[in-house]
Design a binder for this molecule. Structure first.
Ligand code: FAD
Length: 285
């Protein structure tokens, strides 16, 4: 089994984030019910930076796994965690029958001192993957970066580190979002040359407002191609037209990937089921 669940010709999976407040779970479950109608290969659930709110990730993952009977992939970061913290989250996931995790190092929290960062128990994601492989029977995924991770000085070194995640026991990768497919195609070629053989799900985020692009680019470091910049310039001031044009760009991006043989596509849904439905209606399954 490569990615968690192989039913359709094209495996489309979704990312959601857990609710920020306890009172928002019912609304989150409604969003998940709507996403489930598209028969996704799996749904991944993000993890609060530094491990905050891990209980919410477990609760949402449990709903996906046990109520919707779709494989849940729980994200997990380790930068600020001790081994016992990680084992506690693993136990909570196991109790909820969740057996897939996306193992991440995570970003350094702003309040973490140089000393704390230097002496962290898990230096990199491959250390977490190795730890999970030795201590659990989870299926483990890792993150990858078609335009390289921002801390890496070269794509070459980032790919060498990516290979360590595969060697440590990752079964598949999920990519950082990108808007220009050429970066992804070139990344696949380079990864192949490095001996990376496990599937690499293409991470796609629809841009439906001009405000969203600034935050997204600053968080991901992804390049904005001229075609997308032109859409924002033309429609940025008109929310409804911008939304339509953004979804259309996303559909064209996914169709291009599919026509070029990419089977595993991971949509960052931002908890917007209507937007996801419009995309799903226009791509191949
Ligand atoms: P790593 O794989 O450890 O890589 C980090 C840097 O260290 C890279 O530059 C890499 O080249 C280098 N490196 C890796 N291994 C080694 C090594 N052995 N020796 C030397 N250098 C090494 N963050 C959250 O807080 N919550 C989430 O839910 C979340 N979900 C994400 C989902 C996806 C699909 C992606 C792509 C990212 C997600 N992130 C999330 C962000 C992620 O935590 C950050 O990008 C973080 O900075 C790196 O995490 P990583 O697991 O890729 O780290």
């Amino acid at each position: 089994m490569a990615t968690p669940n192989k039913k359709n010709k094209y495996d489309i999976s979704f990312e959601v984030f857990p609710p920020k407040k306890d009172g928002e779970f019912e609304a989150a479950f409604e969003i998940l019910n709507a996403l489930a109608t598209h028969d996704p290969a799996f749904i991944s659930v993000t993890y609060g930076a530094g491990g905050s709110r891990s209980g919410k990730t477990v609760e949402i993952a449990s709903y996906i796994q046990n109520k919707l009977h779709i494989d849940a992939v729980a994200h997990m970061t380790c930068v600020g965690s001790k081994k016992d913290d990680i084992l506690a989250v693993c136990k909570a996931l196991k109790e909820q029958n969740v057996s897939h995790v996306l193992a991440l190092r995570g970003d350094r929290p702003k309040d973490m001192s140089d000393e704390q960062f230097a002496s962290r128990e898990f230096a990199h994601a491959n250390d977490l993957i190795d730890f999970l492989r030795r201590n659990t029977d989870f299926t483990i995924a890792g993150a990858c970066y078609p335009e390289k991770h921002f801390e890496s000085f070269s794509m070459e070194s980032d790919l060498n580190n990516l290979k360590k995640k595969q060697d440590a026991g990752a079964s598949f990768f999920i990519s950082q979002l990108f808007f220009d497919n050429d970066y992804y195609y070139s990344f696949l070629e380079k990864a192949d040359k490095k001996g990376i053989t496990i599937p690499i799900c293409a991470g796609i985020m629809p841009i439906t407002s001009s405000k969203q692009i600034g935050t997204t680019v600053s968080l991901s470091g992804s390049s904005v191609p001229k075609a997308l910049a032109d859409i924002i310039a033309a429609y940025g001031d008109n929310p409804e037209d911008m939304r339509k044009a953004g979804i259309d760009f996303c559909v064209r991006q996914i169709r291009d990937l599919q026509e070029n043989g990419v089977k595993d596509i991971h949509i960052y849904t931002m908890n917007k089921p209507k937007m996801a439905a419009e995309i799903m209606a226009n791509i191949l399954r």
